[in-house]
Design a protein. Structure first.
Length: 561
């Protein structure tokens, strides 16, 4: 199979700064690299290119002017490099030196300090043998080794840590070893904010591990199936692509970004021009005209930015209602502040004059921080953070479905809520195959008050489908049943539970897979269309162990269903 690289689960970046290569800083090397980046930018922008990849109608500049402009680009410049002459690289096209220059980053746009953060990597693992209620853990710092392994330098402080030196990333060929999901410390901080927490310790690691397992990319098991943006470096081996410098730029908090923002902010934002556009008389029918102002605001909270712009363009009523500064301040709160943490205090009320153009400021910041091929300047790290934030957003629904499950049946009173919040939910890795992204979690709270246990008897009920699979389990107090699953099947034998008795454990029976069973062995099939599951694994039996408390003496008996 050969060796390969695995990447950060949150940013798909390399797990170590040793993978980053900076090119030469000589004038000719800079000129060639930036010309190549320019051609690629034009191609991505859809400009006409002939089959050789050269620009069809580029207005070139004299040689000396183009060379001087290429060399003089500073780290703080965001000017477009269009206008450089095309370069013939045939003289050294076959040399290793030419290959390295094409697959390295611009040394004037990146320094080692910009990508040292790549060395701070850990991994999220799962220890099935852990004695605690929670099973997931975070390793100590380490880096990617080879052949899918994450190498730990020193074990971490997590009590569930197995303290191994090497862990398999994303997938494990050993059925007794769970894989880990590697990440950078800086990316984990972004994920923390994305989940609505202030401290990484608040994250439920078990729920996060299961959520990541649900988002595995089965066709490419070296990252997760998240939207990492248009980054092409994560191939079989990390490829330093000129023009993607922002993808390895430190996304951490920038303490001095306030001064940079104020220095770069266009002067026209401080004197908002009056919008004289009036088209209301020409509008014959606008179905959105019936929506009041507050309803529109509620709709915008659930729309992505580009959908909001499309709605403004489609409706004069919406466009007119979104002219004022209040709306654009809200747009900043929804689409900028969550990931651009430094800009929030800068744009507070009273910081700028009353005629400050908040719409222009929002659009300017949106463009300034959009991750784009060939971008340069002091906002590369912010753009990378925004890219990582978008990837983390794909994990949020799966994580929240495990943290705040749907509770069926009765509404919760204060005592029931207290019991619910004190209860422990043991999140286990998802073992279904193939896994589905639409999986949701449900729960049923069987105990809603302590008096129910001490004073009321109950019955444990089970429900099974025609194939003998468990599809529902319920606890009934008289006529009141609390159900987990459904009752669309055959009712099993009830287990009666007297007052003051507790269910100690539920032991379920699942048929063991046998690779020599013809129904399960698919090796004799030759067509991909024949590669279908032979049967569905399911719970086919259950044993209930109950504590009986009588005069402080504990007896245990079991019953099967």
């Amino acid at each position: 199979m050969g060796s390969f690289d695995c990447y950060c689960a949150l940013c798909t970046g390399p797990l170590g700064m040793g993978y980053v290569k900076l090119g030469r800083a000589e004038t000719e090397a800079l000129r060639k690299r930036r010309t190549q980046v320019n051609l690629r930018k034009r191609e991505l922008a859809g400009e006409p290119m002939d089959v050789s990849g050269e620009d069809v109608h580029v207005h070139t500049k004299p040689n000396e002017e183009a060379r001087e402009e290429a060399v003089d680009i500073s780290h703080n410049s965001r000017e477009d490099d269009q206008g450089y002459e095309d370069v013939d690289d045939n003289s050294d096209a076959g040399s290793m030196d030419s290959y390295d220059e094409k697959h390295s980053y611009d040394p004037q746009f990146l320094t080692e300090n910009d990508f040292r953060w790549l060395d701070k990597s850990r991994a999220l693992g799962f220890n099935e043998e852990a004695s605690s209620l929670t099973k997931a853990f975070i390793t100590g710092h380490g880096s990617y080794g080879d052949y899918g392994g994450f190498e730990v330098d020193q074990p971490g402080n997590d009590s569930n840590d197995t303290r191994k030196q090497t862990y398999p990333c994303y997938t494990s060929y050993d059925p007794n070893e769970s894989p880990v999901f590697p990440f950078h410390d800086a990316c984990f901080q972004i994920l923390t904010h994305s989940l609505g927490y202030k401290d990484t310790e608040q994250i439920d690691k078990d729920a996060l591990y299961t959520s990541m397992a649900q988002c595995l990319n089965r066709d490419y098991d070296r990252t997760l199936d998240l939207d990492y943006g248009d980054v092409e470096g994560a191939e079989q081996f990390w490829d330093c692509i000129s023009g993607e410098e922002y993808s390895v730029c430190n996304p951490a908090v920038k303490p001095d970004i306030h001064a940079v923002l104020q220095n770069l902010m266009p002067a026209k934002l401080f004197s908002k021009a009056l919008d004289s556009l009036q088209l209301s008389q020409k509008v014959q029918c606008d179905i959105f005209e019936k929506l009041p102002y507050d309803v529109l605001y509620g709709v915008f909270e659930h729309l992505p930015f580009y959908d909001t712009v499309s709605l403004m363009q489609a409706s004069w009523h919406v466009f007119a209602y979104t002219r004022d500064s209040t709306f654009w301040k809200q747009m900043m709160r929804l689409h900028t502040f969550p990931w651009f943490w430094e800009v929030s205090p800068l744009l507070k009320d009273g910081t700028f004059p009353g005629d400050f153009d908040y719409k222009g400021a929002f659009l300017w910041l949106h463009q300034l921080t959009t991750p784009a091929f060939g971008m340069t300047g002091p906002f590369m790290g912010i753009a990378n953070r925004r890219r990582i934030w978008n990837a983390c957003q794909d994990l949020v629904p799966a994580y929240r479905a495990r943290i705040v499950p749907t509770v069926q049946n009765e509404s919760l009173d204060e005592e029931a809520k207290a019991i619910f919040h004190k209860a422990k939910s043991l999140h286990m890795p998802l073992v279904a195959y193939p896994q589905q992204k639409s999986i949701t979690s449900i729960s049923a709270q069987f105990i809603r008050s302590w008096d129910e246990i001490e004073q009321r008897a109950s019955d444990l009920e089970t429900y099974w489908n025609d194939c003998g699979a468990l599809i529902g389990i319920a606890v009934r107090y008289g006529s009141n049943s609390r159900l987990f699953g459904n009752t669309n099947g055959i009712k099993g034998d009830d287990v009666h539970i007297e007052a003051s008795e507790w269910i100690r454990e539920l032991i379920v029976d699942v048929e063991q897979a046998d690779m020599f069973d013809l129904l399960q062995d698919r090796s004799h099939y030759r067509s991909a269309l024949d590669n279908k599951p032979a049967r569905t694994a399911c719970i086919q039996g259950m044993t209930v162990s109950i504590f009986v408390v009588i005069l402080k003496n504990i007896y245990v008996y079991t019953d099967s269903s």
